[in-house]
Design a protein around this ligand. Structure first.
Ligand code: ADP
Ligand code: MG
Length: 685
């Protein structure tokens, strides 16, 4: 049970004054569901503004407060932004630009002919000064104007900076005082503020020690929880699986395994023979050949008279895996079935029967394979594809399906630097496929200036005319998903004019059915060009897609670019990746894109990415989403994780897990970061 003192933090955001359904929705989109989430919604950066008399005094790129009088409102043609033209005191014109439904705000705040004070960042667009989504628009008397230094938070549609700032302030009022969980010597030496002070400080200014402490908390919670999982796993019993090779011998692979594949299979074989359930991660770049390794592992289970399940994150991936595995396993006689949420009625019944009576040996599916209504005769191995889509908690849920705890093999194509592997998968053993199957065609990667967009579109047209398919990834416009989507929709609209029904669009806010349908049309070859924000399904295999265009490539992390590029180069045809770059390319940006041209080694790129981002990472850098952390930055992870890990170990060993007063405090920490599955492990064991 959650310690009572934390309860005020875990009430829903409704508890804050002024939060009704209208604000709740945008908060929800940001993942801010409870008061706890609001206090941990840390500023992306702080802005220092200058009050200027007129636009002549302002530089492009600068944050200013300036008096402007709206002269005209312009609704968008099609899907473009909403623009308000405004004039400063000496007649300079500037546009105030609003994407999406924010136009509603614009209409209300900026009546034509009435002077307003506008705070925001001056950009230039088409020779014209503009401010995109001003931070504040107020009448002259308003005191927000005196705040020339303030936090900037990530927003979603329907929220404004002043609004979220006020909510954070309210939430901070409710912070309880908590006992210290950081090791006393560590705490003293670092001169860190206490937890509650730290949270209040980080919302006020760029307080490094406070930010540091909060990051450390998160890392400590994670390490501790992973250690508890590991300790729990040691106590569990699985079924030792010793295969006699009879089925594996019947496989008729058209190739021999690479050294890395053979090594991974034997590591897995060793684990499976043990009574302690396997907890292993198979890490291998896209195309490294994880599927055949998984198949061999599953055949070992079948040889040992047990069943295996393969869990995929999406319907489409489940289908693809099913087709591949069924074909490959054909000669062995092992029975492979597919089970997804879409299977209904008789077909579903017969699969459920087969799983129960053991006539199905291997089942492939989405999370539907672990619903309560599904029972197995003897499930002994679970393979999870694209592990990062599933939390540890889900993995533990699976653990309760069999009579004994099944062995787990998780697979991921995300190349993670060694330092991060510890953070992400600390509780797992790791096998790495660090060698590609022979004969891969390298992907021809080129860097192209954004101005040549028209040429690029011509290139795409030729490509499609030649019968092949292409991906087009749209830029991340600002630190705001809504605007990314607006940009993708605009690009989609313009490319659709040219390519008609050959084009489909996929982004994160599409309903799953629509997204699946669009992906399906592309995967089946009916659509030729797939436009996407960065959410292109991990692992989707469309061999005829041999061209990838990535706009504003400099804004992506190397690891992410590599992942995106991995969508092509999967067939026998030569593939091309065009990285479109903007004009304002930094030294690091140049270096990164050059590296992309130079190498296709995912692990090398991941390491370099960390190195290049490491030093100069700013407060405002968008979290890349490749770590399980919300507070700690990459740089902080690299630097602080070893300490946190050691501290967690001491706590586990010297202080006997979570007993004693420090243990009590640590328990609190686990709940605070919702790593309480760690606590549950402790209790269950
Ligand atoms: P991953 O899941 O790691 O992205 P796959 O398992 O889908 O990669 O394998 C990619 C392709 O490589 C498949 O077409 C597969 O048949 C092929 N392949 C796998 N292992 C080898 C190998 N040792 N030699 C040659 N081709 C291989
Ligand atoms: Mg795969």
């Amino acid at each position: 049970m959650r310690p009572e003192v934390l309860n005020p933090l875990f009430v829903e955001v409704d508890a804050l004054d002024g939060v009704g359904p209208k604000v709740k929705r945008p908060l929800d989109k940001l993942g801010l569901k409870r008061v706890r989430d609001v206090v941990y919604h840390l500023p992306e950066r702080f802005v220092t503004r200058r009050a200027v008399e007129n636009l002549d005094e302002a530089d492009v790129g600068e944050h200013v407060v300036v008096a402007l009088t709206p002269t005209e409102h312009k609704s968008p043609y099609g899907r473009g932004p909403y623009r308000v033209f405004a004039q400063d005191s000496i007649g300079n014109i500037c546009t105030l630009t609003y994407f999406g439904r924010a136009s509603y705000t614009a209409k209300k705040l900026l009546p034509v002919g009435e002077k307003r004070w506008v705070a925001g960042k001056i950009d230039q667009y088409d020779q014209m000064l503009q401010i995109v989504h001003p931070d504040h628009v107020v009448e002259a008397s308003d005191d927000t104007l005196t705040r020339l230094y303030e936090p900037v938070y990530a927003l979603s549609e329907g929220l404004t900076q002043p609004r979220i700032t006020a909510l954070v302030e309210q939430a901070l009022e409710r912070l309880p005082e908590l006992p210290e969980w950081i090791e006393p010597a560590q705490f003293e030496a670092q001169k860190w503020p206490a937890w509650r002070d730290a949270l209040r400080l980080v919302h006020k200014s760029e307080h490094e020690a406070a930010r540091e402490r909060l990051a450390y908390d998160e890392l400590l919670a994670n390490s501790l929880a992973l250690m508890l999982v590991r300790a729990d796993n040691r106590k569990r019993k699985g079924k030792p699986l010793r295969g006699d090779g009879s089925l594996r011998d019947k496989l008729q692979l058209p190739y021999s395994l690479t050294g890395a594949q053979a090594r991974s299979v034997s590591e897995i074989e060793g684990d499976l023979a043990q009574e302690t359930p396997m907890l292993r991660l198979l890490q291998g770049d896209v195309g490294a050949g994880k599927t055949v390794v998984a198949l061999k592992a599953m055949l070992i289970a079948v040889e040992a008279r047990a069943q295996a399940a393969l869990l995929a994150p999406t319907e489409i991936l489940a289908r693809q895996h099913y087709e591949t595995l069924r074909t490959m396993a054909g000669p062995t006689g092992a029975q492979v079935a597919l089970l997804t949420g879409r299977d209904k009625g008789k077909a579903r019944e017969s699969i459920l029967m087969g799983l129960l009576d053991g006539s199905i040996d291997i089942v492939v599916g989405t999370h539907a394979i672990f619903q309560d209504s599904v029972s197995y005769k003897e499930l002994a191995l679970v393979v999870i594809d694209e592990q990062h889509r599933f939390g540890v908690a889900q993995r533990l849920m699976l653990a309760n399906k069999g009579k004994s705890t099944p062995h787990t093999l998780a697979m991921t194509a995300t190349p993670i630097p060694r330092t991060l592997t510890l953070a992400q998968y600390g509780e797992m053993d790791v096998s790495r496929l660090d060698e590609m199957p022979p004969g891969r065609q390298p992907i021809d990667t080129r860097v192209v200036a954004q101005e040549r967009l028209a040429d690029v579109a011509d290139g795409v047209a030729r490509h499609i005319a030649g019968g092949q398919q292409a991906y087009w990834v749209c830029p991340m416009v600002r630190e705001n998903e809504t605007e990314d989507i607006a940009a993708a929709e605009a690009r989609y609209a313009s490319l659709k004019e040219r390519f008609g029904d050959d084009v489909v669009l996929v982004h994160g806010q599409l309903k799953p059915e629509l997204k699946d349908a669009a992906m399906e049309r592309f995967a089946s070859g009916h659509a030729k060009l797939l436009i996407a924000t960065t959410v292109i399904e991990v692992g989707v295999d469309v061999p005829a897609a041999t061209l990838m265009v990535i706009e504003q490539a400099e804004r992506f992390g190397l690891a992410q670019l590599h992942q995106l590029r991995g969508r092509v180069g999967r067939g026998s045809e030569k593939s091309v990746c065009l990285l479109l770059r903007g004009n304002a390319l930094s030294e690091t940006g140049r270096e990164r894109l050059a590296l992309m041209r130079e190498t296709q080694d995912g692990f090398r790129l991941a390491e370099e990415d960390l190195r290049l981002r490491g030093g100069g990472e700013l407060l405002g850098t968008r979290q890349s989403g490749d770590t399980p952390f919300k507070v700690a930055s990459l740089e902080q992870i690299t630097r602080l994780l070893p300490k946190a890990h050691a501290d967690a170990r001491v706590l586990m060993e010297r202080d006997g897990g979570l007993t004693g007063s420090r243990g009590e405090a640590a328990r609190m920490l686990l709940y605070l970061f919702e790593r309480d599955w760690g606590v549950q492990m402790l209790r269950g064991g």
